[in-house]
Design a binder for this molecule. Structure first.
Ligand code: GRF
Length: 201
């Protein structure tokens, strides 16, 4: 399936997907295009290194409708079927999300529904929980609220900081995000209301 990726920053999840792809572990995934909404994003370098076509659509001085129209034009032109949000730091409108219902996945660095939003690591540390992790979920109209597809957990140690926590969780992110993408592109994910069933065959 043709996959379009949207990213805003470092791009380590994008890189993890490309790595698995190059190893032959994602046979049903074709990374067709990357859209970046910040021209300074490091993820651009990764796209160049792997010869992934990309577009920079600066979102800073653009309203959401304008921005999303440009994104849609590109994805339609490229026949994109699945959208991956790999550290994409802008909320998408309900119009956009509903046009790609159950076709957009996101990775979030907490065990949702706990700690949604942009400051998951900070909120986790503050709360004193002993376990956290990451979640791959479908994107719906809410913030980090769509059906949960896969999670991986880690234990918090004494003296854990936002930095150490994010590093630990990132390792798990890089494992489950490519895995979910392959499952989705091979039609192994079934949605039953808010619940997900993954077929094993
Ligand atoms: C990750 O922590 C991801 O969970 C969150 O944004 C971060 C993106 O990191 N959505 P990277 O750009 O993939 O390195």
């Amino acid at each position: 399936m043709k996959v379009g990726v949207m990213a805003s920053g470092r791009g380590s999840n994008f890189q993890a997907i490309l790595k698995e792809l190059n190893k032959g572990n994602l046979p049903d995934v074709e990374i067709s295009h990357l859209i970046v909404n910040k021209k300074s994003a490091e993820v651009i370098k990764i796209a160049k290194e792997h010869n992934v076509p990309y577009s920079i659509i600066e979102s800073k001085n653009k309203n959401r409708t304008e921005f999303e129209k440009e994104v849609k034009n590109i994805f339609e032109e490229k026949h994109i079927e699945i959208i991956v949000l790999a550290g994409f730091m802008r909320i998408l409108s309900s119009n956009f999300v509903n046009e790609y219902k159950y076709k957009i996945i996101n990775i979030h660095p907490s065990l949702l529904p706990a700690f949604p939003g942009a400051h998951a690591h900070r909120d986790v540390i503050k709360s004193g929980v002993k376990k956290s992790g990451c979640t791959v979920h479908f994107v719906d109209e809410g913030v980090d609220s769509g059906p949960i597809i896969m999670q991986a957990s880690i234990n918090l140690e004494k003296g854990e900081t936002e930095d150490s926590l994010s590093k630990k969780i990132l390792i798990k992110e890089h494992q489950i995000f490519p895995k979910v993408l392959q499952l989705l592109c091979s039609n192994k994910i079934q949605i039953i209301g808010q619940n997900i069933k993954i077929s094993s065959d």
